[in-house]
Design a protein around this ligand. Sequence first.
Ligand SMILES: NC(=O)c1ccc[n+]([C@@H]2O[C@H](COP(=O)([O-])OP(=O)(O)OC[C@H]3O[C@@H](n4cnc5c(N)ncnc54)[C@H](OP(=O)(O)O)[C@@H]3O)[C@@H](O)[C@H]2O)c1
Length: 267
Amino acid sequence: MNCALILKTSMAEVIFGTQNINSSNIRLCEIAWNKGIRSYDTALAYNNLNHLNNFFKNLQDRSSYRIISKITKGHIEYEGVRKSILKILQKLNNQDYIDTLLIHAPKGVDHIKVLNELEELRQDGLIKKYGVSNYTIKHLRSLKNSNIKLDVLQNEIHPFLQESELVNYCNRENINVMAHSGYAHGLVFKNPRIKKVANLLNVTISELILSWHLSRKISPIFFSSDSNHIKNTDYSKISKISPQFFEDISGLNTNLRICDNPEWSEF
Ligand SMILES: NC(=O)c1ccc[n+]([C@@H]2O[C@H](COP(=O)([O-])OP(=O)(O)OC[C@H]3O[C@@H](n4cnc5c(N)ncnc54)[C@H](OP(=O)(O)O)[C@@H]3O)[C@@H](O)[C@H]2O)c1
């Protein structure tokens, strides 16, 4: 069976996070590719696009994979939106376009101005979709009132921070949701309730958690520095888990926010 097909439902897909990718572990991107992953989450702030380039440049068909990237307030102020995006494209071996471009975080950003510039870049073909990351429902409502239509929201979402109101809002507004830190930085692997459900279903915890995200129409972004953790995830099990088994996970929400940096967020 083709993993890429299983990993992607009509609304959501599993994404590999590259924040901790460097020259010594770039092969993890390829291991994820061999397991069927076709989308990679990157950012100018991760300072590793030159390493990622060594992976992307070997892929033949540009339409077979997707690159998500992000720019921060600093990039916007220092170089401007267009120049920042041209810089990402240039660092990625002169790619023609970025699939999804996000504002990395809200604090201090002139949202409307930047999103209007992103719309221009979309019309110019340099990006396909755009959106925001680490924004609250209050931000999203205010953008809607200014007639801004977002394609994507990327926020911290995992079993301990389920963000149901935000997710339901995005589903209603046709905003695709990506969950960063989808494994709660590894905490899901230590939770006895999650372990119990995974054992009951005879799936690994990673298979269970990725399936739970997809069942909520959320694209989970995950990272592992251990190649065996990626290799041992059987993506053919994802999507076969019956939703009734997610009830135990739904009860785990404690609104635990792990990524809360007042320098850039407004939670
Ligand atoms: N937009 C934003 O502001 C933002 C913020 C944070 C992150 N992100 C994105 O989200 C991506 C993922 O975030 P993250 O790495 O912080 O968190 P994560 O994916 O939630 O968790 C990674 C942790 O899970 C562990 N893990 C993964 N698979 C495992 C397995 N099968 N068994 C046991 N442990 C396992 C990893 O340990 P091992 O290494 O030992 O496998 C690692 O400690 C980032 O790379 C980035 O692309 C975006």
